[in-house]
Ligand binder design. Sequence first.
Ligand code: AMP
Length: 259
Amino acid sequence: MHICKNKDELNAVLEPLRDQQRIGFVPTMGALHDGHLSLIDIARTKSDLMVVSIFVNPTQFGEGEDFEAYPRNLDTDMDALKAADVHVVYTPDVADIYPEGAASDVKAGDAAQGLESDFRPHFFDGVCSVVKRLFEAVRPDIAIFGEKDYQQLMVIREMVEAQNMTIEVIGAPIIRDAHGLALSSRNAYLSEDELGIARMLNQILSLAAHDASKIDDAKEMLLTAGFDKVDYIEERWGRVLGAAWLGTTRLIDNIEAQT
Ligand code: AMP
């Protein structure tokens, strides 16, 4: 497994292979779990050469959000990536991605309107800015993103089209624990008690996914279950999407609407 810390190292590994091999790319912020590994599994079936990036992107975190506290487990991540037969891991630092200073310079399109943007207005411009740079560095044939971050998947598809990039964006199903809680690096913040409450999120979203008239009730149910604040529950793209807070941890999830 090649570990490339900057674009030059990445180019040195990828350029000689680019013509013969189909490159599959999985961008991550590290603290890898089975959700990330499922994206790598999809990349494995659809490409010859798997590239995974680990980069905690400062421009998608707002003032007072968890950029510093975000879990970083590089050694454990490397073991998991080796075990998954990943060919190239790209672990740039901020200067490699943002040589001109960390700032967003790509405007997210219409899919970014509402939902997450109502609560994290900086978020999708930051995501687009980093994903565009990662795509330019890796130049993959395909890139895999989780449906866990459904609005993000829609925003990235839109950006790829708007930028005329010839990259196939593939959405991957949400991986959950035995209780239905969507795996997330941020679950590491949760106490045992909070975990119990967090596991209600998918169940309550599922009620609303079966009956959209229950969306308002679902917000109340989350608060009754122990969530401290509900940012939104809304139906869009045939999914019911939700975001809610447990203490200082913000969880998101979504479920296909059945109505
Ligand atoms: P992150 O490291 O949180 O930025 O996530 C990297 C990629 O993994 C994104 O495309 C996420 O949507 C995806 N991902 C995160 N959690 C899950 C999950 N539980 N199931 C499927 N994909 C996921």
